[in-house]
Design a binder for this molecule. Structure first.
Ligand code: ADP
Ligand code: TZD
Length: 569
């Protein structure tokens, strides 16, 4: 198929895909092999890339997504066609929803057969299926377009608001042969993939004017702020302005949770009482009660920093939009604040917050210090918190209902981009994928704090963790079911209630099947010992933590979103 019959050296689609990724400094692929991409994975490894093979594509996709969030480079997930693609698509959609950059690369079947629906092996119109769930979707049909196609996918994933990109590679493309020199010249290195986007000066002035008039200002940091890697300027903005701040769950650690300006322990109070709120990379979605209603109390005005202009006014009117990248926007605000004119927030405001914090922290401390038997969420998390305090560099993955809600408020974070959780969708199933992605990307230990239901979605990836000998400690909060383990079948029939699992399951035995280390713990002292040993050993470990099956509430803290039938007791 080469145009140049003179050339002795030839290349093909397989090689060009790997060359194009490497040319853009991408060094890892998360995936699962099969027709038509097995050779692509082999070749990636042979060419010095890391290929991490999973047991299910959704988890490979989640690993890629979290790698993208951690590095601002798109994480790569590689799958086979149709079902493999669809398994990966859940992760792609989740990445897009969370604004994480990733590229799902799937092999696809013969175009002419798929398009006439003649029934090919794993037939599916993947490109169109991906479109509603991806930030962008592309198909490459010619080997000489691989360079530009990969470049386009990279830029689409990371520029502006980051998201998931789908790249469709038909089997025929991978086998296409072209002249090697022609192939080399077709590669494209993406220049300045994440360009700075400087906010307009009048927008900055409008925000500063609003802030100047504020009596009870509040800064709200979202995971966009963590993603932006503008850590020093964000810290300076908080500290030099003296404004109290609240981190959203994945922004925890941007400043240490123990920071005196953190208003986390007075969250309801500050949300209700603030008069001017500065949103930094946080959307006013359900996680923030859409910016209105009881949660938000007295009328307030918003300054919103975001890279996406259409985010503004999505739920409530925004008085001062600041469109640009967070680094540039925060540094522009800082310059304004430093040049004077911005007073500190009222002492009455910061004083009232401090008072509420003290009260709530004292209440929480007494809850945490109780030692019930069996263990509950609080006593188990106290033990985990105290071990993690000694290792601020550790990554924390967290999912579940009660396990998520309690761990989010009890486990302090000290460094940016170390906490990865159910995010914008409140999705279950990110656990082992995020844990593997975080361990591979950072080279640091990961502690995954998992509800027993949440863990089940990705549990088979324990084998992946063991196979790659990753320093991942999985703690399963085992309370015998979804939310809790106490429901009964009202008919008295043999089937258990919809929320109930096998009682007293030994999740620790699962990891032993793959050569990992299992612990079975029933009290905080055993938890402390197991977690300390596990982190020190760096070995793949699972701690089965027996939690009181009556502890916790249905849907955790989302009870208000959970409709129930009139007949329910
Ligand atoms: P959280 O769930 O923590 O509240 P969200 O995911 O809702 O955070 O919001 C993140 C926001 O950050 C998104 O609206 C996204 O457009 C924005 N964002 C992401 N990266 C950047 C960046 N580099 N600069 C500016 N805004 C960004
Ligand atoms: N499926 C998916 C993909 N995401 C979901 N969020 C759910 C189902 C529904 N769901 C929740 O919102 S939390 C949860 C489910 C199934 C599990 C809660 O049980 P758990 O946690 O054992 O993980 P706790 O700590 O015992 O409450």
């Amino acid at each position: 198929m080469t145009n140049n019959t003179q050339s002795s050296e030839q290349t093909d689609g397989f090689h060009l895909v790997i060359d194009a990724l490497k040319h853009n400094d991408i060094d890892t692929i998360f995936g699962l092999v099969g027709i038509p991409i097995t050779d692509l994975a082999r070749l990636a490894q042979a060419e010095g890339m890391r290929f991490i093979g999973f047991r299910h594509e959704q988890h490979a996709g989640n690993a890629a997504a979290i790698a993208g969030y951690m590095t601002q480079k798109p994480g790569i997930c590689l799958t086979v066609s149709a079902p493999g693609f669809l398994n990966g698509l859940t992760a792609l959609a989740n990445a897009t929803t969370n604004c994480f950059p990733m590229i799902l690369i799937s092999g696809s079947s013969e175009r002419e057969i798929v398009d006439l629906q003649q029934g090919d092996y794993e037939e599916m119109d993947q490109l169109n299926a991906a479109k509603p769930y991806a930030k962008a979707s592309y198909r490459i049909n010619k080997a000489e377009d691989i360079g530009i196609g990969v470049a386009r996918a990279i830029r689409a994933a990371v520029s502006g608001r980051p998201g998931g990109v789908y790249l469709d590679l038909p089997a025929q493309l991978l086998a296409q042969v072209i002249d090697a020199e022609h192939g080399r010249k077709s590669l494209v290195k993406v220049v300045d993939p994440v360009p700075r986007q400087i906010p307009a000066p009048d927008s900055v002035q409008r925000a500063l004017d609003l802030l100047k008039g504020a009596k009870k200002p509040l800064i709200l940091l979202g995971k966009g702020a963590a993603y932006a890697q503008a850590d020093a300027d964000i810290r300076a903005l908080v500290e030099e302005s003296g404004i109290p701040y609240l981190p959203m769950s994945m922004a925890k650690g941007l400043l240490p949770d123990t920071h005196e300006q953190s208003a986390s322990a007075a969250r309801s109070y500050v949300l209700a009482e603030a008069d001017v709120v500065v949103l930094v990379g946080a959307r006013l979605n359900w996680l923030l009660a859409h910016g209105k209603g009881k949660t938000w109390g007295v009328p307030k005005q918003f300054i919103q920093i975001d890279i996406s202009p259409t985010e503004i006014d999505s739920n409530v009117a925004i008085a001062a939009p600041l469109i640009g990248d967070i680094g540039s926007c925060v540094s522009a605000l800082l310059t304004g604040i430093r040049s004077g004119g911005h007073g500190k927030p009222d002492a009455a405001w910061t004083g009232a917050i401090a008072e509420r914090k003290d009260k709530n922290l004292t209440k929480m401390a007494s809850l945490l210090n109780q030692n019930p038997s069996p263990m509950n969420f609080h006593s188990a998390l106290r033990a985990i918190r105290d071990v993690l305090k000694t290792r601020p560099d550790i990554n924390v993955v967290n999912e579940g209902a009660n396990t998520l809600d309690f761990a989010r408020s009890i486990i302090d974070m000290y460094e940016p981009r170390k906490r990865f959780d159910s995010g914008t969708w409140g999705i279950m199933g990110i656990g082992m994928g995020y844990a593997i992605g975080a361990a591979v990307t950072s080279g640091k230990p990961v502690v995954a704090i998992e509800g027993d239901s949440a863990f089940g979605f990705s549990g088979m990836e324990l084998e992946t963790i063991c196979r790659y000998e990753l320093p991942v400690v999985t703690i399963v909060f085992n309370n015998n079911g979804v939310y809790r383990g106490t429901d009964v079948n009202p008919t008295g029939g043999k089937d258990v209630a919809p929320t109930v699992f096998v009682k007293n399951a030994r999740y620790d035995k699962m990891i032993e099947a793959f050569g990992g280390v299992g612990y079975h713990v029933t009290n905080p002292e055993e938890m402390t010992k197991a977690l300390t040993e596990a982190i020190a050993s760096g070995k793949p470990t699972l701690i089965n933590a027996v939690i009181d099956e009556t502890a916790g509430t249905e849907s955790g803290r989302l009870t208000n979103l959970n409709p129930s039938t009139a007949g329910k007791k």
